[in-house]
Design a protein around this ligand. Sequence first.
Ligand SMILES: *Cc1c(COP(=O)(O)O)cnc(C)c1O
Length: 434
Amino acid sequence: MPVRFISTRSSGHRTVLFSEALRQGLAPDGGLYVPTLVPALPRGWESTGSFRELADRIVSQWLEGDLPREAVQAAVASALDFPLSLVPLSGEWEGVHVLELFHGPTLSFKDFGARTMARLLAVARSAGAEAARQELLTVLVATSGDTGSAVADGFSGLPGFRVILLYPEGQVSPVQERQLVVRRPGVKALKVRGAFDDCQRMVKAAFADPELSAIPLSSANSINIGRLLPQMLYYAWAVAQVGGKPRICVPSGNLGNLTAAVLGRAAGVPAAGFLAAHNANRFFPDYLDGQETGFSPSVATLSNAMDVGAPSNFERLEWLLGKARLRELVEGEVVSDQETLASMRRVYLETGYVADPHTAVGLEGVRRRRSRWDGEPIVVASTAHPAKFPEAVEAALGFCPEEPDSLERLIDQPTRVDGIDAHPVALREFLLSE
Ligand SMILES: *Cc1c(COP(=O)(O)O)cnc(C)c1O
């Protein structure tokens, strides 16, 4: 039986299949899609050899009876064709395992979700009606960092899609910009003369614009269930490797990655509890502590991919667990920029491990909490490659991290980017003129 999905805001019983939730992104009532029932992990999942084999088994299980199995298999294999690893730390950090999720083409964990989502969307289109197969789908993404390049890379070269990336001029790091503007087939980057919020506003306006109703639009942000499912896979894999009932620490922003971990637990991945490690954007840790101050505007920090004032997956998490259970199962920590740099330094001096600022927020959370736990193994999601943040690494450690080949190669590659005013009409004109 295929898994069915329901909107977090639905009062009725209308459910959709994965392929439908994937195409829609947000549910028509403005809610987020959640599974009505989480299937138990396939038998023998703990001893399934490779990550790819495990991924294939779990995804096939979720999509069985929805999309053709062989096409799904091929999509997953092509999406997840890069390594992941689990690095045990030593000395005082014994028992802590860093789950490196940044070995994909754009060097952040977002490659797992974005690449899988793109390929499954392509499968859903070719399995759909003739009309759907013919149309060109325009994927709009507003990005302040890692999402844009992961999505662009994920869709690049897939027939039937074009990607329009919007990013705020002067507000992404030089490495991030290099990854955004590199020329990719079917991808156009737009440098918006404004802030990230303007980019997001422009994308939202395009969806509501009657003059664009003839252009099929889709979005690829982290509310799409197609990004969460693949993120659940690596938690299952990591816990199978580590054994026991670990604590899982997730450096968080929009809370998509944490939601995926919670879904994994619902499917039967043993976990003693979760730690949501945040930077100064502290809505969620405060909520876990019982202070319901509400969302607030985002604050800029060194771990910029986590600069989120209103986490989009919060609604999903609360729906899945309920407030009381959420507060039982998940702890929160807030780590300042100063503490992030100190964490990078401490972990390097004590273990030789070079962590990026996002991962360092997670490691600092673990260091503070650990004495209160019961000695379970600990898995910390490492969300980005340190070479994506050379300025922070140099400030903390006094040297620049080594660039992986994929990043070095970008230096000489042709770029493609247009400037655009921070106004919905400018985006409309661009979309109509292309
Ligand atoms: C997106 C991102 C995060 C935050 O993940 P969420 O799913 O939004 O909570 C953390 N670290 C890095 C490097 C990211 O790119």
